[in-house]
Design a protein around this ligand. Sequence first.
Ligand code: IMO
Ligand code: MG
Length: 454
Amino acid sequence: MANKEVDYLPMATHIAGAMWGDEGKGKIASGEAENARLVIRGTGGANAGHSVVYKGNKIGLHLVPGGITNPNAICLIGQGVAFDPILFLKELEELEKYEIPNLGERIKISGRAPVVFPYHKDMDELYERAKDKPVGTTRRGIGPTYSDYDNRFALRVYDLLLPPYELAGKIGVAAKILNILFAAFDMDECIINPESLAEEFHKYGEVLRPMIVNGDRITRWARQNGYKVIIEGAQAYRLDKNYGDYPNVTSSNCVTAGALIGSHLNHKDLDKVILVSKAYASRVGNGPFPTELMAHIENDKVIPYEKPFAGDVIREEGHEYGVSTGRPRRCGWADAVILKSAGEAEGADFQCINHLDTIGKIGQILGEIKVCVAYVYQGEQIDFYPDDIELTKETPTPIYETLKGGWEISSDLRDYDKLPDLAKKFVSIIEDVSGIPVKYLGVGPKNQDMIVRS
Ligand code: IMO
Ligand code: MG
């Protein structure tokens, strides 16, 4: 007898980050979500910062999926998300200002998601302080929340629905362990008081109660009805805790395989993967960045300068400042070698390249645009991202293909054939080196400012 439960078509699209985050995943996710019934965030937490445009307003989202701008979409914060109730409720309050229909009914939170408490942010600080070379985390408590989860004393969203004394008992286990560390690091102001925290978080639980669900039932509903599902990726290939530049990574598996688990989906649900990058590269936090260009940044701040370096030009033209933390981003040229390796790890079907308009302007200012097409590493030419940089202490040296000049394109342009020849050449270099067809090209800030190639 056919198993009805598995007799269905794949329906989920993963919007995957190709580099170090901030590729514009939110924009394509909310565009793709226009005809989706379910949009899911499955990894990370408030370390993500995704901007979407709703009725002319730019909205910065951290936990709520970008699909919220589609009034027909259910938005699920999945079991893989490090869920921060305080930030979530702030975000909800902010969203309410924009009069988006049925917000409360459309946002669902998996009861199984681990909860971020204020002490996780303190632990994030503590771990960073203890390291000779800090990761440069977002200090949103992401790593410590996941590590409590792995050690099986994290609290899950369901726990917020417990009576306060039971909740305090669970927080008490974390307090027993973590308070020793806070005391040892002279962080007495961070000492956890389980009772008062339980009282506060129980109140959040009561507000969240109508949104807390078994996420499995929602993905089953989408599957059985053949609804389109979008997994809005957070973070990216090079921040994945296994594939990325360990230890300069985030603490989750944010590639497709991890995003599926975090989203309550199985591998047969996956229809396609769209790999998202920008026409240049950016990174926040520490860690290797082969195509990075000089910029006036020190300790996560822009320092005064008279003449900009190339990295300053890209940052300013692309408005490359963190949505979550406001930190200026390190910037550099596009890296098609990373895209090739990302495509392999993510199982990419298509690419989306954002900021094609911006790189054109940058080319006009700097007189040239470069794309990394291979690396020299350990004396050899290679076409993949090496995984032993920590050991060799050598950042791969990019081999570039250079285009002279730049271009200007209107955000209204929708016809690929009407792009300037130089822009087409840029796209074809990336396509050839990465081996992944470029289907979407962002040409402006709005969701619809996108060229879609057939
Ligand atoms: P979106 O989804 C950019 C980076 C941090 C830091 C490292 C570890 O907006 O693309 P964490 O706080 O996760 O422990 O920090 O990962 N990072 C991101 N950088 N965009 C993100 O998300 C990021 N999420 C984490 O800057 O280097
Ligand atoms: Mg971001």
